[in-house]
Design a protein around this ligand. Sequence first.
Ligand code: CP3
Length: 344
Amino acid sequence: MNDRFLRACRREPVDATPVWFMRQAGRYMPEYQAIRASRSLLQICREPELAIEVTLQPVRRIAVDAAILFSDLLLPLEPMGLTFDFVKGEGPAFDNPVRSAADVERVRPIDPADAMAHVLETIRGLKEVLTVPLIGFVGAPFTLASYAVEGGPSKSFALTKAMMYTEPEAWHTLCARLADMAGAYLRAQIEAGVDAVQVFDSWVGHLDARDYREFALPHTRRLFAHLDGLSTPSIHFGVGTSMLLPDMREAGGDVIGADWRIPLDRAWDLIGHDRGIQGNLDPTLLLGPTGRLRAGVEDVLARAAQRPGHIFNLGHGVLPMTSLSAVQRVAEWVHTMSARPADA
Ligand code: CP3
């Protein structure tokens, strides 16, 4: 078993910097497109045989040091009573968005062993064949709540923030329910065999630090409290969070993810060197010329300075128009450029 990734999560020395990519499975891969041609995203997520295959596709083709479970952030919302579908070209669309205290009351708790049995079966199947660690994941309460309230993707998060400010009690009830669901679901994923977990708070960068501390941090902390006493490493990631990194650290996570807007060394100073860091190459660099891409990889590695605890990743997910060869090249460069000298 390749353990570079888990060693870096624990801030132990490594032979080379580990690398994996958020959204490493998916539309930019021809073999994903082939499966997707005859099935919906939700069908792939719900059928363990297909979810296993799609999780393995990037591991076969790219020199990644970890696999990420193929699933979606939004799946556990459905058994909670928040039904949705993915609409082509638009993203998720919820049937009955949460807009009031009464709406919050219809958000039910779930037993992940039962409601998410298909995902747990996917994890058990993957653990039989993988030679790299498997990362499980959930959405953080703010990001999950924002989908439930907006009913779909949003640019301003106006409905979400309006509910936070005008119905704070309903907001806090909703987020506490989501935190307990996410905490129990992560524990179930760990029991099924995942080696590390990532909490995606993708859209929390829309809050300023004061609102983050009032409306998001207590719930993310509540989620992480479900992992107390477990040794499984955790990663805590958000986009546009340069100003929130110290607060995110306080909420929890052995490793904090940074997006590309902040130089990695500056981000690590803000997080503190007693935590690991994941990131943070701009995903759009993979769409540009090779020289510029290579310089970007070099810059991230130089800023990490081979300090234990760096996991190389993009600052957000692989974009659908990315070529597989660019992703392959980045993984290879990370390993060769960061190889530590062998012991004399
Ligand atoms: O390779 C991996 O990273 C594992 C699989 C994975 C998916 N979604 C599959 C997926 C993971 C980790 C996610 C998490 C997720 N889902 C996030 C957090 C990550 C991030 O990008 O910040 C979010 C915000 C979602 C919600 C979501 N899922 C949206 C808004 C959309 C539609 C927009 C889009 O990108 O198409 C999805 C669809 C989705 N989830 C796809 C994949 C591969 C697109 C697939 C398709 O249509 O075939």
